[in-house]
Design a protein around this ligand. Structure first.
Ligand code: SF4
Ligand code: SF4
Ligand code: SF4
Length: 343
């Protein structure tokens, strides 16, 4: 508690698109309740705090800190350690902090290839000298430093201990509000919080369980990209050949995407006890494709399987879109080395 009796609230963005910040603002007029209950101790998108302010807080000064964004560079990692030290409850907020999300798709390639694409091969870049960002630059006025860009993107819990995880890209406002209410009840009324390490603000069954679309037992002969077919209303998208990660994704969003004809991309992450969401989804896919039957010729079966799976565009990016950093893979081997000799 702070000296004025109000709990301190912090929110921070590391490697983030900003969507998680906006999601908090999307709780609407309840944001006034947040303001009434909490003192803001750090919230770069909403208030002008400096890192030095945070460094000067006593340890544990912030009662609850929502940390969004992945760990992409040395600044992100430094802030993760600082906010761990200054926060009683540190929450990995949103898919980037929880499991790497979109930034961690770069774990399929190397730091060198990312730099090449962004700073050298990008058609809108004019960089004849091939200049690449350097952590330290010496200029006439002295030494300039920028954060070091890492080879591998990590989730928050891969660099510091995390108390809770709120999944979603971004988390849904009604769930954010439920979590904030629970924290307030714990701080003001002594109510119990869930056990440390819990996933909060989400369901604990597969998304298919809360999806209203009708499921059958149809086998499919090929997959389609969303622009290639108009799905039949009211029917399961996966059974119509649209990739939908509902069987491998935690519920909680209300099946927002399938309800508007777009397959779930998996942003609420895997279910309890599932270590690798992509592998789990591949298992689900295997059970619905029409790739032959027991007794069919083995070579024909292999070819048939390849033919169907080839209709999935970018399988790695599809099945690991949100979970790459947290998956069993963590990152792809590039140039023959698991970590390319870097971080
Ligand atoms: S989880 Fe999604 S909305 Fe939140 S910062 Fe990451 S990409 Fe943006
Ligand atoms: S559309 Fe997706 S979420 Fe809905 S039932 Fe089918 S697979 Fe599950
Ligand atoms: S349907 Fe899937 S991708 Fe869409 S919001 Fe829900 S969990 Fe995320």
């Amino acid at each position: 508690m702070s000296d004025n009796g109000k709990p301190k609230f912090g929110m921070y963005w590391a490697s983030s698109c900003g969507g998680c910040e906006i999601a908090v603002l999307n709780i609407g007029d309840k944001i006034l309740d947040v303001d009434a209950v909490f003192d803001i101790a750090l919230w770069p998108v909403a208030a002008d705090f400096k890192y030095e302010d945070v460094r000067n807080y006593p340890d544990g000064y912030i009662d609850v800190c929502l940390f969004n964004g992945a760990i992409r560079n040395s600044e992100n990692e430094e802030m993760a350690h600082l906010l761990r030290q200054k926060s009683k409850v540190l929450v990995a907020f949103g898919s980037c902090a929880y499991e790497g999300c979109i930034p961690a798709l770069s774990n399929f390639t190397s730091k060198a290839d990312t730099y090449r694409t962004v700073y050298l091969d990008n058609p809108s870049i004019d960089n004849p000298g091939g200049v690449l960002p350097q952590p330290v630059n010496r200029v006439a006025e002295g030494e300039l430093t920028i954060p070091e860009f890492y080879h591998t993107v990590k989730s928050l819990d891969q660099v510091v201990n995390v108390d809770y995880f709120i999944p979603g890209c971004p988390p849904e406002p009604h769930q954010i509000w439920a979590v904030l209410q629970a924290v307030v009840a714990a701080l003001t009324e002594g109510a119990e919080l869930p056990p440390a390490g819990s996933i909060i603000g989400a369901g604990n069954v597969a998304l298919c369980e809360e999806c209203p679309l009708a499921k059958g037992e149809k086998l499919i002969d090929r997959f389609y990209r969303p622009y290639e077919i108009v799905p039949e209303p009211g029917k399961c998208l996966l059974e119509q050949g649209l990739v939908c990660l509902g069987p491998a994704t935690r519920s909680g969003c209300g099946a927002l995407c399938p309800q508007v004809g777009i397959g779930c991309r998996g942003c609420y992450g895997p279910l309890d006890g599932v270590e690798d969401q992509g592998a789990k989804m591949l298992t689900a896919i295997a059970s619905i494709i029409n790739a032959g039957k027991v007794g069919d010729n083995g070579q024909w079966l292999d070819e048939r399987l390849d033919e169907i799976m080839d209709t999935i565009a970018d399988p790695a990016g599809t099945f690991y879109r949100f979970s790459m950093a947290h998956s069993i893979l963590r990152r792809a081997r590039v140039n023959g080395a698991k970590n390319g000799g870097a971080q």
